[in-house]
Write a protein that binds this ligand. Structure first.
Ligand code: NAP
Length: 252
């Protein structure tokens, strides 16, 4: 059987799809045929326009993901409005920058909450519906270069993204036999709100660019192919993997 990247008839739930990498991923999945449930706290009007222009269905499920309180409601709303969930992209995430000596409990909880805790419990809620429906699905977690490296001044971000890789592998181990593929994408340095402070810092910007073999910051559209691949039948035997999309950063 030849591999298929076609996502027609599938529904993808994407968190944080109003901007940045989540928007790039949502549009790429829609280009491959998927309908999109966008979950987040800011209206995803631009994403909605781009997805519906492709002829796909789009539902915005408003939720703040810093606690797991809305998780079950989000899943129920997606099922009610789009009928099914086949693909979950855990993309919503945040970052706090501070010296480790000055890092606060709030800097820790705010980041680990959305980046790791909600990621796990949303995956659990979606997986329960897949198991109940008696079919498989795809879960794609957005990791980071700081799933592999230590970074600097981003203690809770590094902890959360290193945790994302561990949880991806754990869930793959538990759910592969149920037909649920759990994998991660590790983006390198992309031009989004998340990295605005770095790009505005002339010295950091130059140091980062100097290390990227591709010689440029990533654009959200650069993630589309990896997301479509991991969401598709072409990745049916791929479990617990992490796919770096980093312009070659990790190869240095
Ligand atoms: P971004 O432009 O700041 O987007 C982050 C998204 O997450 C936004 O939609 C944001 O919503 C949402 N979000 C954050 N906290 C939330 C909360 N408590 N509840 C609901 N939604 C929340 O940054 P991005 O670069 O696209 O980041 C997307 C993912 O990629 C994150 O997990 C990030 O860690 C990861 N990543 C980014 C890079 C990079 O170079 N940019 C590299 C590696 C990994 P609002 O718009 O409402 O804030």
């Amino acid at each position: 059987m030849s591999p298929s990247f076609d996502l027609s008839g599938k529904v993808a739930l994407v968190t944080g799809a109003n901007t940045g990498l989540g928007q790039g991923i949502a549009v790429a999945l829609a280009q491959a045929g998927a309908d999109i449930a966008a979950v987040g706290r800011s209206a995803p009007s631009d994403t909605e326009a781009r997805v519906t222009a492709l002829g796909r269905r789009f539902a915005w499920i408003e939720a703040s993901l810093d606690t797991i309180a809305p998780v079950q409601g989000v899943v129920d709303a997606a099922l009610e409005r789009l009928g099914r969930i086949d693909i979950l992209v855990n993309n919503a995430g945040t970052i706090r920058r501070n010296d480790a000596l000055d890092f606060t409990e709030d800097d820790w909880d705010a980041v680990v909450g959305v980046n790791l805790k909600t990621l796990f419990f949303l995956s659990q809620a979606v997986a329960r519906t897949l198991v109940a429906a008696g079919r498989g699905g795809k879960i794609i977690n957005i990791a980071s270069m700081l799933s592999f490296q230590g970074g600097i001044r981003v203690a809770s971000y590094t902890a959360s993204k290193s945790g994302v890789l561990g949880v991806t592998r754990l869930l793959a181990n538990e759910w592969a036999s149920k037909g649920i593929n759990v994998n991660a994408i590790a983006p390198g340095y992309f031009a989004t709100n998340n990295t605005e402070a770095l790009r505005n810092d002339e010295a950091r910007n130059a140091a980062i660019l100097e290390r990227i073999p591709a010689g440029r910051w990533g654009d959200p559209s650069d993630l589309g192919g990896a997301a479509v691949y991991l969401a598709s039948n072409a990745a049916d035997y791929v479990h617990g993997a992490v796919l770096p999309v980093d312009g070659g950063w990790l190869a240095r």
